[in-house]
Design a protein. Structure first.
Length: 255
């Protein structure tokens, strides 16, 4: 890996064990809930053995975000769900747990990686209120057909032929909230040339190009030297060192 650059492509606006972990960058004990804003982190699909826990996938993004939010009245939540279940079941399990614990969220922004972006949209389609949704490498129109995770409901639910994904992409609540969506996708260049995908998700899918009303779309381009790339480009979507455009957006949104 040598370097990377990014290209702005903004468009017009015309459970593993389930858990919810709150991590604050400041002492908010004296603040009323109405004054504090919330940021939820949602991880992607976790094949067995890749991460000791689902939440671990978002740790680096969380630590960078906490530094950025220092001195501001924000709470961050690292939420885990079962990635072996379909994304809509994951979304419903999160909403059920939120209701059971009596949690409330103010001016909520969700930052979601890969499958987590589809889980977030499913939460929104079921009535969860957000101020912003930021997705990174999320398969809004399905993962690359040639990429096969596993024959479990989770990966199958984010394939291009998935009926539940088709239903989400035509859901009225989702459509009405798309002006709050910021979609980031990754492409890469190696010794074989340019690739309009991150080895798992095509750029068109990550940027939700076929979905009308998306507020912002942006591509992050990685440049590799020689050697095998594997699934590294997709994995970089959870590495803050390669997400400068995402954190610039966060800086603008989290005032």
């Amino acid at each position: 890996m040598k370097n990377y650059n990014y290209i702005n492509e903004t468009t017009e606006i015309v459970i593993e064990d389930f858990s919810i972990e709150r991590i604050d960058s400041n002492d908010l004990s004296t603040e009323s809930n109405t004054k504090v804003k919330d940021v939820i982190l949602l991880h992607g699909f976790n094949p067995t053995g890749f991460f000791s826990s689902n939440k671990e996938m978002m740790n680096e993004i969380n630590q960078t975000l906490l530094r950025q939010l220092r001195g501001k009245k924000y709470r961050t939540w690292n939420i885990s769900y079962k990635t072996g279940d379909s994304f809509d079941m994951g979304a419903q399990s999160i909403l059920n747990r939120i209701a059971k614990q009596g949690l409330s969220f103010n001016d909520c922004t969700i930052i979601a990686y890969s499958m987590g972006g589809i889980v977030a949209r499913s939460m929104i389609s079921k009535g969860f209120h957000v101020k912003n949704l930021i997705t990174i490498c999320s398969p809004h129109e399905g993962i690359a057909p040639s990429f096969f995770f596993a024959p479990s409901p989770g990966p199958q639910s984010i394939m291009p032929y998935s009926e539940v994904l088709h239903q989400l992409n035509h859901n009225k609540n989702d459509i009405n909230n798309r002006h709050k969506y910021y979609c980031f996708g990754i492409t890469y260049e190696d010794f074989r040339g340019h690739h309009d995908n991150d080895t798992v998700v095509y750029l068109e899918s990550a940027l939700a190009k076929k979905l009308n009303g998306i507020r912002h779309r942006e591509r992050i381009h990685l440049k590799y030297g020689t050697g095998a790339v594997g699934f590294d480009p997709h994995a970089r979507g959870k590495d803050p060192k390669f997400l400068n455009p995402v954190f610039r957006l966060c800086k603008r949104l989290f005032v």
